[in-house]
Design a protein around this ligand. Structure first.
Ligand code: SF4
Length: 370
């Protein structure tokens, strides 16, 4: 009995300390100023694997173009992907669009309110469902993302695990999250846990001296984590083929056009997105090298050599991977480009350079959802 009382006393103190800290220190973010489930849903999907600073502006742009779920449901997929361009992990945008269409068609356009119902939608797993239901509707559903997982493991001194042991650890973490959540303020509680993991209990060198829950923490920075899998390195080459359009513009001269290729729809990675044609590695003549770009996707660091190619050399020197189109440079900015294509065209002065979204900085580590 004494043990149970001690435990409930520890939990009550921990809830008080964390919620007080969150009330005073939370970052002022646009999706924290609304209770609109649609706006919260968009933010939760964008924040997966993407830095908060990069999401703020993109969230505003997305809601300006698609202010309601109905407007998103009516949109063409290519337009949704174009607006997502640069955020990476395009499957998120596709699933978001599909879920909006499903809700418009089968739920009278109203996003379901409970975590259980939300989980039935494409792209919404336990994490996103709990986040929307708790933040927008006050449901007492605990969120477990990568940040929360790390905080709980350190709090309870549970070692990170791999293989079979990882499943058992995951169940312990979910049970702990459900036990700790403050059902009087579930949305704030979930956001406080994620905020603590993102800003204080960070992956390397946690800031324990300023942590609001250090009194309840069993490790206080003395916690071992699994080493990160090493990044792989790969070299690839793309062709930048530019010409003047044969059609004269207002000034009499043709507009500048760039050759783009659409990735086939059956690919599992970035299907339907537009990229620069890939070069046959052996065929890259050194004098044509325009730039070298570094680009990271998932666990791979790419070194990308970009070469200027004449229109006549395209067929012989590139690998034909999909449908090709000459695109006026102004139009390319509005297309669903891969992050790499956007980066290269930006560096070549053909597009505005966007700040990196999915690389560097403090990202919310995401646990994959269906
Ligand atoms: Fe994380 Fe340190 Fe706080 Fe423990 S005391 S929860 S390790 S920041």
């Amino acid at each position: 009995m004494a043990g149970r009382n001690q435990d409930s006393g520890r939990i009550a103190a921990l809830r008080r300390a964390l919620l007080e800290w969150y009330t005073q220190r939370r970052r002022d973010l646009p999706w924290r100023r609304t209770s609109d489930p649609y706006a919260i849903w968009i933010s939760e999907i964008m924040l997966q694997q993407t830095r908060v600073a990069a999401v703020v502006e993109r969230h505003r742009e997305f809601l300006a173009r698609f202010p309601t779920l109905a407007s998103l449901a009516r949109a063409d997929e290519q337009e949704v992907l174009a607006l997502w361009s640069g955020l990476g992990y395009y499957r998120r945008a596709r699933m978001l669009h599909q879920a909006a269409q499903f809700v418009a068609e089968h739920c009278n356009g109203n996003l379901p309110a409970t975590a259980e119902e939300l989980r039935t939608l494409p792209g919404i797993g336990p994490y996103t469902a709990a986040a929307i239901a708790s933040i927008a509707h006050g449901e007492c559903a605990a969120v477990v993302d990568g940040n929360v997982e790390r905080v709980l493991c350190r709090l309870e001194s549970w070692e990170a695990a791999s293989g079979r042991a990882a499943g058992a650890l995951r169940r312990r973490i979910e049970a702990a999250a459900a036990r700790l959540i403050d059902c009087a303020r579930p949305g704030d509680w979930n956001q406080a846990m994620m905020e603590l993991g993102a800003t204080v209990c960070v992956p390397r060198n946690p800031h324990c001296p300023v942590c609001p829950i250090s009194a309840a923490c069993k490790t206080r920075g003395e916690h071992r984590t699994l080493p990160r899998p090493p990044m792989q390195r790969r070299e690839i080459a793309h062709a930048l083929v530019v010409r003047r359009s044969k059609r004269a513009g207002k000034s009499g001269a043709g507009a500048q056009e760039v050759l783009l290729e659409q990735r086939p729809a059956e690919l599992t990675v970035m299907p339907g997105l537009w990229e620069l044609p890939a070069l046959r590695q052996a065929g890259v003549p050194a004098p044509e090298l325009r730039m070298t770009v570094r680009h990271a996707i998932m666990q791979v660091n790419y070194t990308v050599r970009v070469c200027d190619l004449r229109e006549d050399d395209v067929e012989g020197m590139t690998i034909h991977g999909g449908k090709r189109r000459w695109v006026p440079v102004g139009e390319a900015a509005r297309m669903a480009l891969t992050g790499l294509a956007r980066k290269v065209l930006g560096r070549a002065g053909m597009l505005p350079v966007a700040p990196p979204a999915a690389a560097g900085g403090q990202r919310r580590p995401h646990i994959p959802e269906p």
